[in-house]
Design a protein around this ligand. Structure first.
Ligand code: NDP
Length: 310
């Protein structure tokens, strides 16, 4: 595998939407929009991959990726403004992934199934919506655990947007079984209802997160995915205890900062194979850039930039 140097990234400043002005002739703009957006490392990831791509295909040397603070009220007016200024590809994060549905004409099937859009492409006349989170998770699981979703037994913790991406991707691949645990039953029911519009849910078992069904503990090689936000704060506890799970269980925590959550710490201490969410972040970014450029994108360049940025 080719090694990429972790060069110190350029300072990635945050633009307000008022500071977004027409790009120079020939430049192609990409950006991540959200609020708050200051913490996002997407510009470092994408700009590193664009540099690598331009070294192979010089026509991409005039592509740039920015981050723009856009609040919920401003998204509808920001989209035409960005298109006019020469921006062709956008990533969306909190609070835009669901609200954008009413602002765009075309949304691909994957994004509909997930119920959220994190990638937009402007085809010259309209914005088209996609979601790369499910792809990012699947590629991360294949890479780290060498598992195929089509035959996996999966325990998903959480019922927010990230959990729904995990469930929709697993269902679309025909996985064997999904147990899904959440704290609030209302949110879990809403998610089951929404997924039921696209998928047969016979293989899915919802439960209250503190009451792990016994049958999961008896399952060899279950893949446990933390899609709750528990672990983001250094004071957080683990969403579940891993006591009673077989050592063959594999644990993927979507959180990547901090790099080791209490759940991952416990998994490690029990000798389980485990990984944090950096790879999902990188692979979803790879997918977005592939949608925009229609070219093969280097995940290694993005990993190197991510490690430096974090
Ligand atoms: P949401 O806010 O939509 O969902 C949060 C989930 O966490 C809910 O299920 C919520 O349960 C649960 N939760 C929050 N606090 C607690 C608690 N104290 N105890 C038990 N459950 C709790 O967030 P997202 O789905 O967007 O993101 C979830 C996580 O995934 C975040 O940490 C995010 O950073 C990460 N993520 C990582 C990505 C990557 O590329 N690596 C991509 C996307 C997300 P309840 O319904 O009961 O409130």
């Amino acid at each position: 595998m080719k090694e990429y140097n972790s060069v110190k990234p350029m300072p990635e400043s945050t633009l307000s939407i008022e500071e977004v002005v027409p790009l120079n002739d020939g430049q192609v703009g990409l950006a991540v929009l959200g609020s708050p957006i200051k913490h996002s490392i997407s510009p470092q990831l994408h700009n590193a991959a664009i540099v690598e791509l331009a070294s192979r295909l010089p026509s991409f040397s005039n592509w740039v990726y920015h981050k723009v603070e856009v609040d919920a009220q401003s998204l509808a007016s920001a989209l035409p403004h960005l298109a006019q200024c020469g921006y062709r590809g956008l990533n969306l994060t909190i609070p835009h992934k669901v609200e954008v549905f009413s602002m765009i004409d075309s949304i691909d099937k994957e994004a509909r199934n997930i119920g959220a859009v994190n990638t937009l492409w402007n085809n010259g006349s309209e914005w088209l919506g996609f979601n790369s989170d499910g792809y990012g998770l699947e590629r991360a699981l294949v890479n780290h655990f060498n598992i195929s979703l089509s035959s996996a037994s999966i325990l998903i913790l959480g019922a927010g947007g990230a959990a729904r991406a995990a469930a929709a991707q697993s269902l679309s691949r025909g996985c064997e079984r999904i147990w899904i645990g959440n704290r609030s039953s209302g949110r879990l029911q809403n998610m089951m209802q929404a997924l039921g519009e696209s998928f047969d849910l016979d293989c899915m078992v919802p439960f209250e997160i503190s009451m792990i069904p016994r049958e999961i503990l008896e399952k060899e090689s279950v893949v446990i995915i933390n899609a709750t936000s528990l672990g983001l704060s250094r004071e957080d506890s683990s969403p579940i205890s891993l006591k009673g799970f077989p050592k063959s269980a594999k644990v993927y925590d979507m959180i990547y900062n901090p790099a080791e959550t209490p759940l991952l710490k416990e998994a490690k201490s029990m000798g389980m194979v485990c990984e944090n969410g950096l790879s999902m972040l990188v692979y979803q970014a790879v997918r977005s850039l592939e949608i925009w450029t229609q070219e093969k994108i280097s995940a290694e360049a993005m990993f190197a930039a991510a490690r430096t940025a974090l």
